[in-house]
Design a protein around this ligand. Structure first.
Ligand code: H2U
Ligand code: ZN
Length: 338
């Protein structure tokens, strides 16, 4: 008899339309790989050396205002520039390049250097949600900008340059790869089933319940059936809305609440300020109504078995397909139990 909890199998991700290999029996194998250094010492509320703290100067000499809530500025080392002319290069369909106009910003969540989403107040996180909505709307109104990516790299392990609570916003002319994949899948699902992919998935998970981690009135956090990272989660809006600008006041507060509760669970898992990359996936701002889009966030945390042992996507995963050991159901159970 095949045992889905123990035996190797692959699972399908209907959003990316890709597969992930699941090998639960491998959790017994010995580990002799890299051991990361343990967590850094506690941070002060204000760090005179931090380029994001209020009143400090950034690289390039600009001084931050003495901000008291959130603070947004154009990235001093922006990956994209708005004054980029539209142009395309194509040689025999083999050498193809396109210019990419865009705007990159940094958004500080709080003036306090030592906070994280997990230990901020819900009321202050609601201010962050409002800032995300304002940025999304402002960038969406720019005819050059067809997609706005809001994301946070948290922790040195994820390459975050600074512990000060902040996220980045990259907005650009083309539709990025992951977004294009999810858009095509949601559109095809809508055409074939006359319903939303994530609305249907949400209903299924709400009745199964074994992958749910957190829930409130308007949001649900779950380990997706097709998760790649050991403790990967998705935070999904319960109502079918294509983007954050559609959220009601209560849903914005609900988002603040579920983000705090989700990241606090992560912190409790290995007793460390949990590193991750997280970000929104939502409707492109190219003028379409995009009814196929269902607003959600992805949390992709690297940690595997302790504060110091992380998963790498290397070898078979770089060359063939992603693979995981513990099942998404057991990951969800562990997060739920904290
Ligand atoms: P990360 O921690 O996610 O890398 O984000 C920090 C960003 O802040 C990074 O993109 C920018 C970097 O370019 N930055 C400034 O814009 N000004 C500075 O003075 C330092 C860092
Ligand atoms: Zn700081």
């Amino acid at each position: 008899m095949f045992d889905w909890k123990q035996d190797p199998h692959r699972r399908y991700n209907p959003l990316s339309r890709e597969w992930v290999l699941v090998s639960p029996h491998r959790t017994q194998r010995p580990w002799q790989g890299q051991v990361e250094k343990t967590a850094p010492p506690a941070q002060p509320e204000y760090d005179p050396e931090c380029y994001l703290c209020p009143g400090n100067s950034r690289a390039g000499g600009v001084r931050n205002p003495n901000y008291t809530t959130t603070f947004v500025f154009d990235n001093d080392f922006a990956a994209l520039k708005p004054a980029t002319p539209l142009d395309r290069f194509d040689r025999d369909g083999l050498l193809i390049a396109e210019t990419e106009p865009g705007i990159c910003r940094v958004l500080c969540f709080s003036p306090k250097h030592n906070l994280t989403i997990a230990n901020m107040e819900v009321a202050d996180l609601r201010t962050v949600v409002d800032a995300w909505v304002a940025q999304y709307q402002e960038l969406a109104a720019n005819p050059l900008i067809n997609y706005v990516q809001i994301f946070e790299n948290r922790g040195a392990m994820m390459g975050a340059s600074n512990p000060h609570p902040h996220c980045q916003i990259w907005s650009n002319h083309s539709i990025p790869n992951q977004i294009a994949k999810e858009q095509a899948a949601q559109l095809a699902w809508r055409e074939e089933h006359g319903a939303c992919l994530l609305c249907q998935y949400l209903a299924l998970e709400e009745s199964a319940r074994d992958r749910i981690v957190e829930e409130n009135e308007s949001w649900l956090t779950l380990v997706p059936f097709w998760a790649v990272w050991p403790f990967e989660t998705m935070v999904i809006a319960k109502r079918h809305v294509p983007s954050i600008d559609y959220l009601t006041g209560a849903e914005r507060t609900g988002l603040a609440d579920i983000l705090k509760r989700t990241t606090a669970r992560y912190d409790r898992l290995f007793d460390v300020s949990f590193p991750y990359s997280m970000g929104f996936h939502q409707r492109p701002t190219d003028g379409g109504t995009h009814e196929e889009w269902h607003l959600h966030l992805h949390f992709d945390p690297p940690l595997l078995r302790s504060a110091t042992v992380r998963k790498f996507l290397v070898g078979y995963e770089m060359l063939a397909m992603p693979q995981r050991d513990i099942t998404p159901e057991s990951a969800a159970e562990r997060l739920r139990a904290l």
